[in-house]
Write a new protein. Structure first.
Length: 381
């Protein structure tokens, strides 16, 4: 992998001419720049493609390399790290919820630093951060059209949503109007601005964070938005021993987050790994039947006002496949459903007043189906 870890200059992002009518969009030579005037670019880029990932061993290697780098950057969060990588390989978005200073933003940024952009000419950078505030506008997220007086034409200037990993920090602090700007992008990987639709990168991933404590002046995410997140991960305080190690070795640990001896992964390798997981992890028909039964149970339980959607069941399948791959299995088992069911379903359900803890209710509803699956073989023929 040494041939993909070297850094080379990346092509600057450029605004796109929107005055061409039905013709193909022309690319302007005027670069999109940051506040310092320098062109925006990925931190790590390469002009060479890594060997393609074609089997489960190669897909596990991608998982292992990402996990190594994330564990070097964030300590005491091994279970959360595994869930985020599963979401990456399952092509799903993640909502992180915890108290301030718990490492949510650090974890998301560390994921972006794991990735090498091997397609720098597409003007899409590896990671962009959006700090959501009450005065943010939808165009601040998706991009907007600007007038160039030198050419007397309008150009589209892409917003921060044009990235491989988008960190939506404190997403519940902005208005529903801005939150809705993410709906189309998260569901269809495209953005529509001024009646023109532009495609996002196939790798597009949103990692959103929110603070459950300071609720004054916040806008809770609507169910339609929550349903587009594969996982909602509630991060608890790390173990005292891990916290002690962070305090004792803070400077060393901070420097180790950017170690060059730990290999990174390219954008294409992750896309290849997604394809391998989808095609080579077997899902028995009994697993499909169990998921449908779980969905029906959530809709018929008196403790739940709104049950799981069909989208939730559809998104759960690649997540279960990715989790099976991380366990070095080539088939989905009941253990995968047991490990992920509360992360997949809890935030999608609307509970009646006085209901038990959501995760506990979900585990209870999944229990019978898990027992039924455990009695039979789920391996391929």
């Amino acid at each position: 992998m040494s041939n993909v870890n070297r850094t080379v200059p990346a092509e600057p992002a450029r605004p796109v001419d929107i005055t061409g009518g039905g013709e193909e969009e022309a690319v302007s030579t005027k670069p999109v720049s940051g506040e310092d005037g320098r062109p925006l670019q990925s931190k790590y880029v390469t002009d060479k493609l890594a060997p393609p990932i074609t089997d489960l061993e190669g897909a596990f290697g991608v998982f292992h390399r990402i996990r190594q780098r994330l564990r070097a950057a964030v300590h005491g969060r091994d279970d959360v790290i595994d869930l985020i990588i599963i979401a990456v390989l399952a092509d799903g978005h993640v909502l992180l919820e915890d108290f301030p200073g718990s490492g949510k933003t650090t974890l998301a940024k560390a994921l972006g630093d794991c990735i090498i952009d091997d397609k720098p000419d597409d003007n899409i950078v590896t990671i962009r951060r959006i700090q959501f505030t009450p005065d943010l506008l939808p165009s601040d997220v998706t991009g907007t059209t600007v007038f160039d007086p030198n050419t007397n034409r309008f150009f589209f200037r892409p917003g921060p949503i044009f990235a491989h990993v988008v960190l939506a920090d404190e997403i519940n602090r902005t208005s529903p109007k801005v939150q809705s700007a993410l709906l189309e992008a998260m569901a269809e990987k495209q953005v529509t601005v001024d009646n023109r639709t532009r495609q996002l990168d196939p790798f597009f991933l949103v990692i959103a964070t929110q603070n459950p404590l300071d609720l004054a002046g916040t806008f809770p995410l609507p169910n339609a938005q929550l349903d587009r997140f594969l996982f909602k991960i509630r991060m608890t305080h790390i173990a005292p021993q891990a916290e002690y190690e962070i305090l004792k070795n803070f400077r060393t640990l901070k420097a180790s987050a950017d170690r060059d001896d730990l290999p990174r992964v390219t954008r294409t390798e992750i896309l290849d790994a997604r394809t391998v997981v989808a095609n080579q992890i077997f899902v028995d028909d009994k697993v499909h039947q169990a998921l449908v039964s779980i969905g029906q149970r959530t809709r018929n339980d008196e403790r739940i006002l709104q049950g799981a959607s069909t989208r939730a069941l559809v998104l759960s399948v690649p997540a279960l496949q990715a989790r099976a791959m991380t366990q070095r299995r080539n088939y989905v088992s009941s253990d995968d459903i047991d490990a992920l069911c509360d992360k997949i379903f809890s935030h999608r359900l609307e509970f009646a007043p006085g209901a038990d803890e959501p995760a506990k209710v979900v585990k209870e509803l999944c229990g019978q189906e898990l027992e039924r699956l455990a009695k039979g073989s789920l391996q391929r023929g």
